[in-house]
Design a protein around this ligand. Structure first.
Ligand code: ATR
Length: 273
């Protein structure tokens, strides 16, 4: 067997069984014309540091980190990229040699690349509404801001969390049930509500001028929000599959210096999902 000679990568999370990352990274490896191993590692709560140390001691060459370990990974690495620092969370670990590790966060870049490249929607100069104020939203705000939108507003069921993000990033906040109508070009659902079948409580009028409604979740969990957005006037809708592929592509490039083309992989995954 050639197994031991293939570069090894992994994603750490809990739950992790349904992660699409192995399929996505294998598509990238095929584009590059190399063979890699990419495994899912189910990690117990509180066990990230030990699991990551073991993986890299055994020759791992890069790792992705998903829920709920992104802040554990942030604490574990030795240095942070600027965007990981801004997000306070790490989704990509890059070994530096000598037992040192760098943490990056490619979630925001995945979202921005999908909106710009796959959806073909400009972000610069646009008015953006983000629904939700959890870890996922915090990770993408600094990267969205770097695209110089006209304004970013964050609205959340628990207003205090939106206010905290607004203060941290110097953006606007508004109450979910009193959002101004016809004020948003791009509406992004960053809540985890879709996973349990609920959507944020916003009025249909919020989508009156909406060019793109985007859900950071992909597949079934995104459908209720995207259907509501389309019925309410959103011209275009997209789920988070492109973001998932995009964040993976950025991680792959950081590990291997090869930049995958995301579009054919998004198409492939759409058929596979
Ligand atoms: P994640 O890492 O996915 O961001 P999180 O940090 O737990 O997870 O944040 C979940 C986000 O989804 C929060 O903004 C949460 O709102 P609250 O801060 O009020 O809890 C939001 N959310 C989850 N379920 C929701 C629902 N049914 N309706 C509206 N917002 C919801």
């Amino acid at each position: 067997m050639m197994n031991s000679t293939k570069p090894r990568y992994a994603v750490f999370g809990n739950p992790i069984a349904h992660s699409k990352s192995p399929q996505i990274h294998q598509q990238f490896a095929a584009q590059e014309g190399v063979q890699i191993e990419y495994e899912r590692i189910l990690t117990e709560p509180g066990g990230f540091a030990e699991a990551a140390a073991r993986f890299f001691a055994e020759g791992g060459q890069g790792a992705n980190v998903t829920v709920p370990f992104k802040t554990d990974a942030y604490d574990w690495v030795d240095e942070h990229s600027e965007r990981a620092q801004a997000a306070g969370a790490v989704n990509t670990v890059i070994p530096l040699g000598g037992g040192r590790f760098r943490g990056d966060n490619t979630d925001g870049a995945g979202l921005v690349n999908d909106i710009l490249q796959a959806q073909g929607v400009e972000i610069a100069g646009k008015r953006i509404l983000i629904l939700g104020a959890g870890g996922a939203v915090r990770g993408v705000i600094p990267v969205l801001l770097a695209q110089q939108p006209a304004a970013v507003t964050v609205a959340n069921r628990t207003p205090a969390k939106a206010e905290e993000l607004a203060a941290r990033f110097g953006i606007q906040t508004a109450s979910l049930d009193a959002l101004p109508h016809h004020h948003f070009d791009i509406v992004i659902n960053g809540t985890s509500g879709g996973l349990s079948g609920s959507i944020p409580d916003v009025e249909a009028g919020v989508f009156g001028a909406c060019e793109l409604a985007y859900d950071m979740v992909y597949g079934e969990g995104a459908q209720a929000f995207l259907d509501f957005a389309r019925r309410s006037g959103a011209k275009k809708t997209a789920d988070g599959l492109g973001m998932l592929v995009g964040q993976a592509a950025c991680a792959y490039a950081l590990w291997r210096g090869f930049e995958p083309d995301i579009k054919p992989v998004i198409r492939y995954m759409k058929e596979a999902v």
